[in-house]
Write a protein that binds this ligand. Structure first.
Ligand code: BES
Ligand code: MN
Ligand code: ZN
Length: 495
């Protein structure tokens, strides 16, 4: 997709499709650019809006042809909802509708002039970035294992029409939005692959290949080295599978030499059958998505490098399967983590924390400025927050606030839950330092509390993305979340 920024007069713009915005209110109102088109064309749109057929709900669309007084072939009016409700999430909705209508009508280029009446809470930068990201999101298609490939969308060019004063920040937004869209695309592409293709070895190979296209340095820690490092917890999970585990380490060094890096740790469980505590059959296919946290780390690094971010970032992805096998963990087994803490495995399906705890200990060697782990960790988080917000947990209030804010700005929200010692007590074991499950109640919290035990030496946050990283049902597929949140967080860190 070719994105550009234009400052041309909307009336004189030779466009296959000029898109104008309408806000809801006591009456539906065009933005100033829309009014300009309206005046040039003899107030056709004002008359139309007066009829009251057009609700101006976010994403409602009406097409017009052969409008007098302007150069564009078509005008699309799109509802933007109430101006006060026009936030990043609403905007994404709007853009996704616009994109699909343009695609369906086989229109190959469009000029969006909908950014001149933004609410005070939304900057031109944020609106533009959201738009680019949302177009990318809407045009994503899974093709890897289909022989009946759909035709790619005919839509090839999108321009953002803005005032001269806003063109500079809009250009910056386009560059960054494009990088984020690539990051999201990377994450979705990896996550949607089936478990028989996307194995730990496949992920490691993709990470190696990133070195050819991006300024990323990759190192793969193999099982033999994990043994030397005493990653007994991580290795205990992988022992139950025929696929060797990989600890993928990717470094992007855009910051000053010696600057402490932000470390992102992503759960890369390429298939989670539950192990001996086998999961029920229904919907088990979706456990190929148990590597979405890892995929988001790939995506964030791709985006950071494509936008040439001035920051050092390390991505760590512990990759493994969780399978039932003669050598698999058994309930009651006790393993020793790299940190030396012993863990009683009461449920082999709580494997994410078992691979993450050793990856967190490994992260210490980078002397991190902060560590953020991302994991499809618990079904309990889906119960608590559904698909709208990722669960956020942290041992540092300022870091938690940074992440919460980043999510808000990026339209990829997270909501904080506690990691109090009261909950940590649920992880008591009679036979080890820690149990890997916390019993009834607050499953997302006790999982986070487990990880917190391995994050004593740095500022740490944990994102449980079990509810946000993919969609079930008819539209089953990866969402690429929380790449937008992560990259927004990194952008702010680079300031
Ligand atoms: N990968 C799952 C978490 C999950 C479950 C994500 C459903 C999305 C949807 C994780 O490894 C897991 O199995 N967690 C268990 C923990 C339990 C045994 C304490 C869960 O949530 O059921
Ligand atoms: Mn599991
Ligand atoms: Zn899992």
């Amino acid at each position: 997709m070719d994105f550009s920024v234009k400052t041309n007069d909307v009336v004189k713009l030779a466009s296959p499709c000029l898109v104008l915005g309408v806000y809801q209110g006591e009456k539906a109102t065009l933005t100033p650019l829309g009014e300009r088109v309206d005046s040039a064309g003899g107030h056709q749109f004002t008359r139309f809006l007066k009829r009251g057929d057009f609700s101006a709900d976010a994403g409602v669309i009406q097409m017009f042809y052969d409008i007098d007084g302007i150069k564009a072939d078509r005008v699309m009016l799109v509802g933007l909802g109430r101006q006060s409700n026009h936030d990043p999430i609403c905007q994404r909705n709007v853009i996704s509708k616009v994109t699909s209508v343009l695609s369906a009508a086989s229109i190959n280029a469009a000029d969006l002039a909908i950014f001149d009446g933004l609410p005070e809470t939304m900057s031109a930068y944020s609106a533009a970035r959201n738009t680019i990201e949302s177009v990318g999101e809407s045009l994503y298609q899974y093709t890897a294992t289909r022989s009946d490939k759909k035709k790619p969308s005919p839509l090839k060019k999108i321009s953002l029409v803005v005032a001269k004063e806003q063109s500079k920040e809009t250009r910056r937004a386009v560059t960054q939005g494009r990088a984020i869209a690539h990051g999201v695309h990377t994450a979705r592409t990896l996550a949607d692959l089936p478990g028989n293709i996307c194995t730990p070895t496949y992920l490691a190979k993709q990470a190696k290949d990133l070195q050819k296209t991006h300024s990323i340095k990759t190192k793969i820690v193999e099982e033999a080295e994990m043994k030397r490092l005493k990653m007994g917890s991580f290795l205990s999970v992988s022992r139950g599978s025929r696929e060797p585990a990989k600890l993928i380490v990717m470094e992007y060094s855009g910051g000053k030499k010696g600057q402490k890096p932000v470390v992102l740790v992503g759960k890369g469980l390429t298939f989670d059958a539950g192990g001996i505590s086998l999961k029920p059959a229904g919907g088990m296919d979706e456990m190929k998505y148990d590597m979405c946290g890892g995929a988001s780390v790939f995506g964030a690094l791709v985006a950071a490098s494509e936008m040439d971010l001035k920051l050092n970032v390390v991505g760590i992805v512990p990759a493994s399967e969780n399978m039932p096998d003669g050598a698999a963990n058994k309930p009651g087994d006790v393993v020793t983590s790299m940190l030396g803490k012993t863990i009683e495995i009461l449920n082999t399906d709580a494997e994410g924390r078992l691979i993450l705890c050793d990856a967190l200990t490994y992260a210490e060697r980078f002397k991190p400025a902060a560590v953020v782990d991302i994991a499809t960790l618990t079904g309990a988080c889906v119960v608590a927050l559904g698909e709208h917000a990722s669960g956020l947990f942290s041992n540092c209030d300022s870091l938690a606030e940074e992440i919460e804010k980043a999510g808000q700005v990026a339209g990829d929200r997270a909501w904080r839950l506690p990691v109090w010692d009261d909950y940590s007590k649920q992880l008591k074991s009679n036979f080890a330092d820690l149990a890997n499950i916390g019993g009834k109640g607050a499953g997302a919290v006790t999982a986070a509390c487990f990880l917190k035990h391995f994050a004593n030496n740095f500022d740490w946050a944990h994102l449980d993305v079990a509810g946000t990283a993919w969609k079930s049902g008819g539209a089953k597929g990866a969402t690429g979340r929380p790449v937008p949140l992560l990259v927004e967080f990194l952008i702010n860190r680079a300031r």
